[in-house]
Ligand binder design. Structure first.
Ligand SMILES: [Zn+2]
Ligand SMILES: [Zn+2]
Length: 477
């Protein structure tokens, strides 16, 4: 007998403020150098870890950026365009005296540089069905609101760890990610301003962290060192040995948008219709460079009403806008839907009441059947049920879990012995009566049936039992 496990409950995706703020996507491509096939994968990131290039890597990065004729799609030669050849020579000369000058742009260029996959690191091509030489390159598909950059200063090897103390210079404003953007990316704002820096003082084995943060309101910088906070000049931040950098999308355009909306609001234009808008979205509009489409589904159910459990605190979720402001935001950002009337959804309410009834009915019936089972002195057959499933069901009927459990899944507690399913030794299972099993199975489905017969071995099997079941018992002894 073969039994395929039933499908488990569908996994829900949850949105969070962390992903709203830090999520970006990188598209990475690997090209087979034999058949030219390109395989592409899209990856979400919440921070990027950049290598700190050494002297030779720097020379390679800088020279490739000046041989523009040889720059192929996917390389990041453009990263140095505004800096120019003369600036590079100046830095090179400076490096004779103070060691190599590494910029954050160098680290980004190293991260996004083409990687040759050859030798030990060949690439298994799906089309050629063989190991082939390839090239790998990646680009940013969508930019996060706050870009978190981690510099790989610590190298952990088998026996010891080392720290790379190279000074990496970084801009306080105007870090441009344009050179690393995928061609079909829809990003508007590509320029970032520094918000904070985490620094590590000490060695790889011991040390201390401090942070420099800019106050967005007065634009001053502060040093945070445990319990002491001190105002510091910009030059202090500039010279810091950065370990983690937080850059925020430049807000110039966004501030223009916000001024536009507040001037529309101050017009106090009388409007016949009032529009409700998500406060969550408004918060993004107030703080993000790119708030994205309006998300009124934050406070609506799938029927367009307010879900009953949100109705009690709906004022915390929405704000009322006059028509001129809504029209402007809606045409500028899209999304929606437009909401003029708030009402607790009747359909949802009915569904909730139906579910409540169902919970009570299932629980009551189980209690009744189980009581009868307890009173039975010597049950002929005992049905086994996975406790993992049972706990999910219990959570549902007791109202701790919103969703019903999936079908009964006994695959983990069953073992196949000579073609027959019996209870696996030490499995996490519970015992129920045949009636209880039939009841639960009629509602939830699933399987497989796993039974034990407690009296077999002590007394003769009853004649009324089917041939097959008797066979199972004699084989399990
Ligand atoms: Zn190939
Ligand atoms: Zn509804």
């Amino acid at each position: 007998t073969s039994f395929s496990p039933p499908k488990s409950k569908t996994q829900r995706r949850y949105r969070s403020v962390i992903s709203d703020v830090f999520d970006g996507t990188i598209v990475s491509s690997v090209q087979c150098l034999t058949c030219d096939r390109v395989s592409v994968t899209l990856e979400t990131f919440q921070d990027i870890s950049l290598p700190i290039p050494g002297k030779e890597d720097l020379a390679k990065l800088h020279s490739s950026s000046h041989q523009t004729a040889l720059v192929k799609a996917g390389s990041c030669g453009e990263a140095y365009a505004p800096q120019g050849w003369i600036a590079f020579v100046m830095e090179y000369i400076k490096s004779w005296f103070w060691g190599p000058v590494v910029t954050l742009q160098d680290c980004l260029a190293a991260f996004f540089a083409r990687d040759e996959l050859k030798g030990d690191n060949m690439y298994s091509c799906e089309k050629c069905k063989k190991l082939r030489n390839g090239v790998k390159f990646c680009k940013v598909q969508s930019l996060p609101e706050i870009l978190c950059i981690h510099l790989k200063r610590f190298r952990h090897e088998l026996m010891f760890s080392t720290k790379i103390g190279t000074h990496v210079s970084f801009p306080l404003g105007g870090l441009d990610l344009q050179p690393f953007l995928a061609k079909d990316s829809s990003a508007h704002t590509t320029s970032y301003d520094l918000l904070s820096v985490i620094c590590h003082h000490g060695t790889a084995s011991s040390g201390h962290y401090i942070a420099y943060c800019r106050n967005d309101l007065n634009n001053l910088w502060y040093e945070f060192d445990d319990q002491s906070v001190t105002e510091v000049p910009e030059s202090c931040v500039q010279n810091a040995e950065a370990y983690v950098l937080f850059y925020k999308k430049s807000k110039e355009d966004a501030q223009k948008e916000r001024r536009r909306v507040s001037s529309l609001l101050s017009m106090m234009e009388p409007s016949l219709l009032q529009f409700y808008i998500s406060r969550q979205w408004l918060n993004r509009f107030k703080t993000f460079a790119e708030p994205g489409p309006i998300t009124n589904n934050d406070f609506l159910c799938c029927h367009g009403g307010v879900p009953p459990h949100k109705a009690t605190y709906i004022d915390d979720l929405v704000l009322m806008l006059p028509q001129n402001v809504w029209d402007h935001l809606y045409s500028r950002y899209g999304g929606g839907p437009a909401v003029n009337h708030l009402y607790a959804c009747h359909t949802c309410q009915t569904e909730i009441e139906k579910l409540e009834k169902r919970r009570k009915a299932e629980l009551d019936m189980f209690v009744r059947l189980n009581k009868a089972f307890q009173e039975e002195e010597s049950p002929i057959v005992i049905y086994c049920i996975s406790m993992h499933w049972f706990r999910e069901w219990e959570g549902f009927v007791k109202g701790k879990d919103n969703d019903p459990p999936g079908p009964i899944d006994n695959t983990k507690i069953a073992i196949n012995k000579n073609g027959h399913l019996t209870l696996k030794q030490g499995a996490d299972s519970g015992q129920i009566s045949e009636e209880t099993w039939n009841f639960l199975h009629s509602i939830h489905g699933g399987g497989p049936v796993v039974t034990v017969r407690p009296n077999v071995g002590h007394q003769e099997s009853e004649v009324s039992q089917s041939e097959e079941k008797v066979e199972v018992e004699t084989r399990t002894i």
